[in-house]
Every structure is written in C-alpha cells, then in structure tokens.
Design a protein around this ligand. Structure first.
Ligand code: GTR
Length: 424
C-alpha cells in the first residue's frame, strides 16, 4: 500500500520535472539480477576465512562504500569537547538519571555544537545503552519538561506544529510513542538521543552543517567522493560514542547504534565505519539502508538521489537508473558490521522501503557472519509477520506502517539482553 507520505514525495519529485519515476510494487517486475558475492574479491579471488575477510575483502568493500556510496570523511577534527549542561538523579519519576551533554566539534576555527540527552537506569553503575537520533528535537521524544529545546533549523511539520523551521514547546513529547523509554530503562539499558539537525540540517545545502568545518577557503561542497548528510550523521554518532567513553555511568563497550528510516541508513554506516559500536539496529531503513538496491522495488537509487541530493556522495549518482553497474549491494554494507550483532526490522505496509529487500540483505550478509562462527539468517524464506528471528543477525517484520513501535522496541530490548550477554 502506498502511503500518502510516499505519494507526496512522488508528486514532489514529478512536479520538479525530473525524469518520470514509476515505482515498482510488484514482485514479478523485479529485474533479474545476481547478488554480488561477498566472498569473491573485486579481482575475482575467492575467500573462505574470517582472516581473509578482515585482511582483504572487508577493506576493499569499505573503500567502495566510502568513495562511491556514502562518501569519505575528509579529515580529522582539531578538537572535540564535552560539557555537562545538566544532570538529575531523579528523572522520569525517580526511575532514571538524566544528563544533557553538549558536544563541540571544531576544525579550521569553525565549530558546531550538539546536545546528547541521556537517560540511564538509576541504580546502574555502568549501563549498556541505545543511541539514536531523533527527527524533531530531544524534547519531542519525552514529556519531561527539563529537556532543552534545540535552536537548530528544523523541518516544518503540521502534525508536530513546527513552522518557520523553529522547534518550540508545542512539540514536546509529540514523538514519545516512538521511544519506549520506560521499557528500555526497566530492562537495564540507557537511552541516548540527539537531534540530527544539529549535525547537518536535512536540506540540500552542504554549507550549513558539519561538512563546512572541513572546507578550504571558498569551497562550497564536498568533493565527489566525500560525505553527504548520511555520512555526517554517522560521524556524529561516533562523536557521541567518544563522549560515552568518558562517562563513568555508561559502558562504552555496549553501545547499540539505532536509527529509523534515513537515520537507520546512518546507523548502519556508523556501525560499518566505527567498530567500537557493539551492535546496530536498522528500523525500516529501506533504500540506501538495509534494502537491496538491485531489486528496484519501492524507492530506487534514482529516486532517492533526486529527492534527497544531499544524502549520499556525489559519486553515488552514477548509479541512478544504473543499478546493474553497481559491483556491490547493501548486504555487503551489513556484512561490514560482522561479527557484531545486527538487527534489521521491516514493517508490512512499508513497501517503499522494500521489506523483502531488507530481509534478503540480512540473509545474504549471513555468510560473512558464518565465517566468524556466528549465526545469521539461515532460511531464504521470509518469516511471517510477528515471528522474529533473534540470532547474531536478527530480523522481524511487523504489522503496520513506516514507524517505530513498542513492538519494535520489545524485540530490540529482548534481543540486546541476550546478545550483549546481559540476561536481565
Ligand atoms: C523517505 C525516503 C526514505 C526514508 C524516509 C524517512 O522520504 O524516501 O528513504 O529515509 O524518508 O527517513 O522517513
């Protein structure tokens, strides 16, 4: 079923008089393609051990995704600093400890700042933690009146009463249904979130966010093989992890990077590029996330690069309507996360994100997990709705639309308890 949202995007895209896009929602119209073999190098050499994967295959795949898909980070920051803005040991009706930490990233005498909102189980000394961006400000995920409101540019939203690109008190708590904070805390985990617009505002302007810090004088956009917004958001996830390494209440070796939709794409890329993340959760990440591009089902590379020209590297546009030329596919992005725990989740009505493509990607990544003696997805048939598979690679498809629900969080928390060896 096409949602109104997706239909609107399609209308927008067509009205901009780009090429005509026809969205395929029929399995019989999926083109014939072969899934690029994760175990054969670009030079055609077969590999069969985890050592060869680590030494040979993984680096060349990572390099490809860096240069041709998400884009490279062009250098190092000059400085990263942290400031505890606020702390309360009796938050959420006495259940949790809350911290709000400001992170400042500096390069070439330019800085950007973002704020991490953190809730930790009150009595835990070293908590494992879920880290995920939010779409509409930290204050949108909870009714907690102490959460600061971001001053960064925001996407207007009628549903969340956001206009003139400013976040206000009115949207406090309006996205709370997407964040099962109490469940997370009760099961012994912390939750950290950041407003993604503080890293790079989500519009086709690569002057107003993180990329700008790295520009030479007069430069206005990254090089063709350098980062778009997704890689910038992934970089921001890693800087939050830098902070966790300094916080005595957080177990930085147990950080699960989580994201929904475009932020699920960013979470996958963060997990691929930063091995310190203990695991990754991709919620309905779709095209350019978990879903196989070569299936051309729902959103395609051409559509995503046209609707969101700022998300990927410029080089990725070479594959617009040209998926057959891609020597990789997204299962190899997932394989870059091996052998760390990875959860891919789909929603039945989220056809735009191609649930089957998300599942098949998890299935095909499993052979790399197998090299490490880890269990992925062993059956190529998709499981039924609400029949989750919880292995080192986990997968579920649930009823309903593109969203994050309590059902999703119940699965993540249950699986994470087992795969981070908590058993709480
Ligand atoms: C859609 C986009 C998807 C997905 C989604 C979201 O418009 O086409 O790739 O990222 O946005 O982030 O909600």
């Amino acid at each position: 079923m096409k949602t109104l949202f997706h239909f609107t995007i399609l209308l927008f895209v067509c009205s901009m008089s780009f090429a005509q896009f026809e969205t395929n929602y029929e399995e019989r119209n999926v083109p014939k393609f072969s899934v690029p073999d994760p175990l054969t190098t670009f030079a055609g050499e077969k590999i069969s051990t985890s050592e060869d994967w680590i030494a040979q295959r993984r680096p060349e795949l990572l390099k490809f995704f860096e240069n041709k898909v998400y884009g490279k980070v062009p250098g190092n920051l000059d400085e990263v600093t942290f400031k505890l803005l606020e702390e309360n040991k009796n938050a959420l009706n006495g259940k949790a400890r809350r911290k709000q930490v400001e992170v400042t990233l500096t390069k070439n005498e330019k800085s950007i700042r973002f704020t991490i909102l953190i809730y930790l189980p009150k009595n835990s000394t070293l908590a494992p933690i879920f880290l995920g961006y939010n779409f509409f400000g930290n204050h949108s995920i909870t009714t907690d009146t102490n959460v600061f409101i971001s001053e960064a540019w925001a996407m207007n939203s009628e549903a969340l009463s956001i206009s003139e690109h400013r976040l206000t008190e009115v949207s406090r708590g309006l996205r709370a249904h997407r964040w099962a904070i109490e469940k997370i805390i009760d099961r012994g985990f912390g939750l950290a979130t950041i407003y993604y617009g503080e890293i790079d505002p989500d519009k086709n302007d690569l002057m107003d966010g993180l990329q700008n810090l790295f520009y030479e004088k007069g430069q206005e956009r990254p090089e063709r093989n350098e980062w778009g917004s997704l890689a910038a958001w992934a970089f921001g996830y890693s800087r939050a992890l830098d902070y966790f390494e300094q916080d005595n209440n957080i177990d930085a070796s147990k950080v699960l990077v989580f994201g929904h939709s475009r932020l699920g794409k960013a979470a996958l890329w963060a997990g691929a590029t930063d091995k310190r993340f203990a695991g990754v959760i991709s919620n309905n990440s779709g095209c350019g996330g978990a879903a196989l591009s070569k299936r051309r089902f729902g959103e395609t590379i051409n559509v995503i690069n046209t609707s969101f020209p700022h998300w990927f590297s410029y080089n990725f546009k070479n594959y617009n309507n040209n998926e057959e030329a891609l020597p990789v596919d997204q299962h190899q992005l997932l394989a870059l996360i091996a052998p760390r725990p990875l959860y891919v989740a789909s929603a039945k009505e989220d056809e735009w994100a191609d649930p089957k493509g998300e599942f098949l990607s998890a299935y095909h990544a499993s052979q790399i997990y197998g090299l490490f003696g880890k269990k992925g997805i062993s059956n190529i048939e998709m499981p039924e709705v609400h029949k989750p598979i919880h292995n080192t690679i986990a997968y579920h498809i649930r009823e309903g639309k593109h969203d994050v629900t309590d059902y999703d969080w119940e699965q993540y928390v249950t699986w994470a308890s087992e795969f981070l060896k908590l058993n709480r």
